[in-house]
Design a protein around this ligand. Structure first.
Ligand SMILES: Cc1ncc(C[n+]2csc(CCOP(=O)(O)OP(=O)(O)O)c2C)c(N)n1
Length: 369
């Protein structure tokens, strides 16, 4: 086990002072530590490709290299700028990728959506010409130090793979999310399952939202409608809902999160433009990436309904307090789309949260008439 401080000390010694990325649960203690350091530049962003882009801009301005943290499922988002800008055969721009390695074949089995990427993460890096090390023991920190020298000398991206359980777990520092809502995700999902009709299909986003939807259905025995859980493909729930809805007559509800929506924000325009009357989009906004450690998304003041309006949605509304939840939700479900509802929620998840599995069955059920 390695303490985040020990990793940070190596990076500080190597004068790495610029941090960006998209959070991951494997790295949450490291990210939390970076976030606490007052004299560091830390700019969390919403997509791993953007994080690499930010690091490229930083290098152009300073000749220095950025540390970009990400989960390996976001590596494919990052590959585009890494290969077509940073690569030694293009502009040759260095950075350090700190990668949370979910689904590592050397660890106990992870979730199916992680195992596929986990199996080929090393190969992806090799194919991309990115030298890497696996951080497991303290002595690997010496290798990290040397690899950073290599990145500097050769102007190349390098990567440090961190498996689940490598970084010592510590209590995360409390983050003030400035949330006034008294609504929980559980309340919204329960109300939704009580009020939808049988001819409704729900597409839910990555993380706690899909897991809670899946579990609450079971716990409460509420069987109206069908679900498609986006256990991976973070940020694509809206566009998947759109593809389904324009080819179906039934009501389609996308259950989204703020971190997820921000990851591919451009799709909001496609949904506003092409969504039909059956397309309904609900944003559960807790101002954070709660599923991977409650890192802030900085959208307290963002007017999402106005954004949706500007991007072509026909109806839009917002709910902040529990006292309005049932009435406004029922009204929203009757509105003709494309429509958008932002529900501010407070952090918190249901106890003993399980994960959906048996994905082929889930898909087949969802596709049945
Ligand atoms: C491409 C990609 N990057 C990062 C992750 C890790 N991840 C899983 S859930 C999640 C947070 C989702 O945030 P949000 O949509 O706001 O939902 P919340 O967790 O707050 O319910 C992240 C970053 C991932 N699964 N895929």
């Amino acid at each position: 086990m390695i303490h985040s401080n020990e990793i940070f000390n190596v990076l500080r010694k190597k004068k790495i002072n610029f941090y960006t990325g998209v959070p991951d649960s494997t790295l949450k203690n490291f990210i939390n530590l970076i976030d606490k350091k007052k004299n560091l530049k830390h700019y969390p962003v919403y997509n791993e490709g953007s994080a690499v882009g930010l690091g490229i801009g930083y290098h152009l301005a300073t000749k220095e290299l950025a540390c970009v943290y990400l989960q390996n499922s976001g590596l494919t988002n990052a590959i585009n700028p890494l290969l077509s800008i940073s690569h030694k055969k293009v502009y040759s721009i260095p950075c350090l990728l700190m990668i949370g390695w979910r689904g590592s074949p050397y660890r106990k089995k992870d979730e199916p959506q992680h195992n596929v990427t986990g199996q080929i993460t090393k190969k992806l890096l090799k194919l991309s010409g990115i030298k890497f090390l696996i951080l497991r023991k303290k002595k690997d920190l010496i290798k990290l130090d040397k690899l950073i020298n290599f990145a500097r000398r050769n102007n190349q991206a390098i990567a440090c793979l961190v498996e689940n359980g490598t970084i010592t777990k510590q209590k995360l520092q409390k983050i003030n999310l400035k949330i006034t809502s008294d609504i929980s995700r559980e309340m919204v999902i329960t109300e939704l399952l009580l009020n939808i009709n049988s001819n409704t299909s729900i597409v839910s986003t990555t993380g706690y939202t899909s897991r809670e939807l899946h579990q609450l259905r079971k716990n409460l025995g509420l069987n109206k409608g069908k679900d498609f859980y986006m256990v991976g493909g973070m940020g694509h729930a809206g566009i998947v809902s759109l593809g389904f809805s324009i080819n179906k007559k039934k009501q389609v509800l996308c259950l989204d999160g703020d971190g997820s929506l921000l990851m591919h924000l451009g799709t909001l325009r496609a949904q506003g433009k092409f969504g039909k009357s059956n397309f309904k989009h609900i944003l559960l906004n807790n101002g954070s990436h709660e599923s991977v450690g409650l890192q802030r998304t900085f959208v307290e003041k963002t007017d999402f309904p106005l954004l949706a309006k500007t991007l072509g949605y026909k109806r839009f509304d917002k709910i902040i307090y529990k006292k309005n939840l049932t009435k406004k939700l029922k009204k929203f479900l009757k509105l003709s789309g494309p429509s958008f509802l932002e529900i501010k929620i407070k952090p918190g998840k249901i106890n003993n949260l399980k994960r959906p599995n048996n994905f082929i069955k889930i898909k087949n059920d969802f596709m049945k008439k």
